[in-house]
Design a binder for this molecule. Structure first.
Ligand SMILES: Cc1ncc(COP(=O)(O)O)c(C=O)c1O
Length: 480
């Protein structure tokens, strides 16, 4: 908009006085952040006093210069933990792909609401769902973008509940009791989903896993049979397409056989791991995926995009509408059904645009390459650990997660030592990883999902931990 057009705007209109200047300031701030993500940070900055002071100020009554406020916001974010940094290896991070930033800006600009029909945006969402299904090899009839793996898993469970207990969404359980099956290493969103679906966490069967940390299928078979024999109604089996703790992938084909025999819905929680199904190195682990009834995939994890960008894909057409469909006086059905009839959420942003833009900009082949590279980095770190007597590998990586621990010379309390070492790494900031508990032992867990992580930076991981373990100054584990 030109200066004269801006002058014509009605007074009180909440737009920025000098858009060009503000956009230029924002562009510079984003470019600086991207530049800083190119390599590991020498240290994690503390929250400085000025930032603390500004963040304690009361509600501002008067306006401030937007470029200055943007500068403040960028400084605050620079003093926050960002999974976009190349050696952020904690939890299941992301990449924060640059193209996702652009898409989010556009999405926010148009602020499309996918609760109701939104014309072309509906088609973007549908195409992005189909592209993801093609990418991982899932015969998807319908799907939706959601706010996260938690919501996608809950969506799958609710669809399964409606199939196992028809009419449950209207009449409640009416004396019936459902059950859910997963491995003892499933993400707790399965338990929370069962709680939210009214099934109750005490009816979630957490099944034992084998030496590769995969659900034991004979146990599943037995549990389903036992529960049916006592009048319980199995609602869903939730198999892991990459556990959070170690990346284990349950034997999907064998689980699908059991589900088919017992007539139970199979949901695959691939929030973290499912993108690996698209690769040659890890694809075979996902054999049987195509027989699942529904799957979860978080594009804000291993597809590198910004939160929140999760998908739930469903094999059977109409299952989502059977679960969520409603016609309301203020939400009439016309010839095209509103998207809200297929989702748990009501107002919903166009989350799919960033995935759509990312696939179009980079191409699926680039994603496959990036994912394979992160799998390779995990294998290399595991090899370094195996070769180093100061460290112990606790679990062979299946996908891109490495669980290991540092062994100090005196072998004093390893659990405390590794807990403190993870905390010291977080304070230090060159690498960022978290501790976890594996088979009652505290370990360090490094999860490679960031496409910015480079092979040449990998050496920093063990070197930094070794240095921090020896550091006597305050903050290092040696002094703790
Ligand atoms: C396997 C698995 N399922 C579900 C979730 C929950 O996903 P979200 O944080 O997107 O809700 C996670 C999160 O790490 C996960 O690893």
């Amino acid at each position: 908009m030109t200066g004269s057009q801006q002058a014509d705007r009605p007074s009180g209109y909440a737009s920025l006085a000098d858009r060009d200047a503000v956009l230029a300031a924002l562009t510079r701030l984003i470019a600086e952040a991207w530049e800083s993500f190119e390599r590991p940070r020498p240290e994690e900055p503390a929250i400085d006093d000025e930032v603390r002071e500004r963040l304690a100020l009361p509600l501002p009554e008067l306006p401030a210069d937007p470029s200055q406020v943007l500068g403040d916001a960028a400084r605050i974010l620079d003093e926050s933990v960002s999974p976009s940094r190349p050696l952020y290896l904690a939890y299941v991070g992301s990449t924060g792909l640059e193209v996702g930033v652009l898409a989010d800006a556009l999405t926010a600009t148009y602020d499309v609401n996918l609760a109701v029909t939104a014309r072309a945006a509906d088609l973007v969402e549908r195409q992005a769902v189909e592209w993801v299904a093609q990418f991982v090899g899932f015969p998807c009839a319908e799907g939706a973008f959601t706010s996260g793996g938690m919501t996608s898993n809950l969506t799958g469970l609710l669809a399964a509940r409606e199939r196992a207990l028809p009419g449950c969404r209207v009449d409640g359980f009416a004396g019936r009791q459902g059950t859910v099956y997963c491995s003892a290493e499933s993400h707790h969103s399965v338990v929370r989903g069962a709680e939210a679906a009214g099934i109750g966490s005490s009816f979630v069967r957490s099944l034992a896993f084998d030496e590769r940390r995969r659900m034991r299928v004979p146990e599943l078979d037995r549990a389903l049979g036992d529960d049916r024999a006592t009048g319980l109604i199995p609602v869903a089996v939730v198999a892991n397409g990459g556990t959070t703790l170690t990346g284990a992938v349950d034997p999907l084909a064998a689980i699908a056989d059991v589900c088919e025999r017992h007539g139970v819905w199979l949901h695959v929680d691939g929030a973290y791991g499912l993108p690996a199904a698209a690769t040659e190195v890890a694809g075979p682990l996902f054999a049987g995926l195509e027989r699942a009834d529904s799957v979860t995939l978080d594009a804000h994890k291993w597809l590198g995009l910004q939160k929140a960008c999760s998908l739930v894909l469903v094999r059977e057409p109409g299952a989502l509408e059977a679960t969520f469909g409603h016609e309301e006086a203020y939400m009439r059905r016309d010839e095209v059904r509103n998207a809200v009839e297929r989702t748990l959420e009501y107002s919903r942003p166009l989350r799919s645009l960033k995935l759509w833009l990312a696939f179009r900009t980079h191409g699926a082949a680039a994603f496959r390459g990036w994912i394979e590279n992160t799998v390779e980095l995990a294998r290399e770190l595991a090899a370094e650990i195996r070769a180093d007597p100061e460290f112990e590998l606790l679990c062979e990586p299946t996908l891109s997660t490495v669980c290991f621990r540092h062994l100090p010379a005196d072998r004093a309390d390893l659990d405390d030592h590794n807990t403190e070492l993870a905390a010291a790494a977080q304070r230090d900031g060159r690498i960022y990883l978290a501790s976890a508990v594996l088979d009652d032992r505290v370990c360090l867990r490094a999860c490679f999902v960031n496409f910015r992580t480079r092979r040449e930076d990998l050496g920093l991981v063990l070197a930094t931990l070794r240095e921090l373990a020896l550091r006597p100054a305050s903050g290092g584990p040696a002094s703790a």
